[in-house]
Design a protein around this ligand. Structure first.
Ligand SMILES: *[C@@H]1O[C@H](CO)[C@@H](O)[C@H](O)[C@H]1NC(C)=O
Ligand SMILES: *[C@@H]1O[C@H](CO)[C@@H](O)[C@H](O)[C@H]1NC(C)=O
Ligand SMILES: *[C@@H]1O[C@H](CO)[C@@H](O)[C@H](O)[C@H]1NC(C)=O
Length: 250
C-alpha cells in the first residue's frame, strides 16, 4: 500500500509539465511552446553598475556551463528563426540603492522572430531578478531557450528573507556565501544576520577587540572586518541586503 507520503508526491507530480520558473512570476505567457537554440556566441549586454555587472557575468557563465534538464519531458516546437544571440538589459534608475521597498519589477521578452531578447527593469535589483528568470528558461545541451515568452514580474512582499543565528552556532564565511547564493536563486532579498547573542560574540569590532577575543567560541570562529565586507559585497552582487543584528551580549 502506498504511504501517504507517496500519494502526496503523485498528486503534485502529475500536473507539472511545462517549464517551472520559481518563484512563479506574477504574469507569464508562453502560449505555444516554442524554443530556439542559444548561439555559442550568446552574450548579455547591460549598463555598467558595480553590482549588476558582476551579476551579468555570473549569469552568463551559468547559462553557458549549466546543462539543466527539467524533471518532466518538455515538448517544444523549434522555431525556424535564428539562434538567440543576445539578451539586452536596460535599467531606468541605476542609482537606486538596495533598500527596503526598492522597485524590483522587470519585464522579459524572448521573441520567436528575433535573435535578441530584452529585459527591462526599474532598478539594477529588478534586473537581477529578471536574469534569474531568464536563466531558468534555458535547458539542455545544446542549450534551448523558451521563445515566444513574455514575463512581467514584481514581488508581493518587499521583505523576503531568512534569518541565520551565528551566535548559538558558528557558520563559516563560505557557508554564509553559499546561503546568499541560494537566496538569490529564489529571489529572496534580505539576509537577517543574527550575529551575536549571549552564547558567543563572533564579530571582530576593531574598537572593542576584547568582545570577540573573549566572547567567540575560538580564534577560528570569528568574523573579521574583511569577512564582513566580503559578505556584504557578495550580498549586493546577488541582490541580497545584509541586515545585521548585534545584541549587546545577552
Ligand atoms: C507544435 O506545433 C503544432 C502545430 O502548430 C501544435 O499543434 C502543437 O501544439 C505545438 N506543440 C507545442 C508543445 O506547443
Ligand atoms: C515599480 O515600477 C513599475 C514600473 O514603472 C510600476 O508600475 C510599479 O508601481 C513600481 N512598483 C513599486 C513598488 O514602486
Ligand atoms: C576571513 O577573514 C580572515 C582574516 O581577515 C581571512 O584570513 C580569511 O581568509 C577570511 N575568510 C574568508 C572565507 O574570506
Amino acid at each position: 500500500m502506498a504511504s501517504p507520503f507517496v500519494v502526496f508526491l503523485l498528486m503534485f507530480a502529475v500536473p507539472c509539465s511545462a517549464i517551472g520558473v520559481w518563484p512563479q512570476p506574477r504574469y507569464m505567457s508562453w502560449p505555444v511552446h516554442w524554443a530556439t537554440s542559444l548561439s555559442p556566441s550568446f552574450t548579455i549586454t547591460s549598463p555598467r553598475h558595480p553590482y549588476l555587472s558582476p551579476a551579468v557575468a555570473r549569469y552568463l557563465q551559468l547559462i553557458k556551463t549549466e546543462a539543466y534538464y527539467p524533471l518532466t519531458d518538455l515538448t517544444v516546437n523549434l522555431t525556424n528563426g535564428p539562434p538567440l544571440q543576445a539578451l539586452i538589459v536596460t535599467v531606468k534608475d541605476l542609482a537606486a540603492p538596495l533598500s527596503h521597498g526598492v522597485n524590483e519589477s522587470y519585464s522579459l521578452s524572448i521573441p520567436t522572430s528575433s535573435d535578441k531578447a530584452t529585459l527591462s527593469a526599474e532598478t539594477a535589483w529588478g534586473a537581477m531578478r529578471g536574469l534569474e528568470t531568464f536563466s531558468q528558461l534555458i535547458w539542455g545541451k545544446p542549450s534551448r531557450v523558451a521563445a515566444g515568452v513574455e514575463v512581467s514580474d514584481w514581488p508581493i512582499y518587499a521583505y523576503r528573507g531568512i534569518m541565520l543565528d551565528t551566535s548559538r552556532n558558528f557558520y563559516e564565511v563560505e557557508d554564509i556565501l553559499r546561503t546568499i547564493g541560494a537566496m538569490s536563486a529564489n529571489k529572496l532579498n534580505v539576509f537577517h544576520w543574527h550575529i551575536t547573542d549571549a552564547q558567543s560574540f563572533p564579530i571582530v569590532l576593531p574598537s572593542e577587540p576584547d568582545l570577540a577575543a573573549k566572547g567567540s567560541y575560538g580564534s577560528g570562529m570569528q568574523y573579521s572586518p574583511a569577512n564582513i565586507s566580503r559578505i556584504v559585497e557578495y550580498g549586493l552582487q546577488h541582490g541580497v541586503r545584509i541586515l545585521p543584528e548585534i545584541d549587546a551580549p545577552g
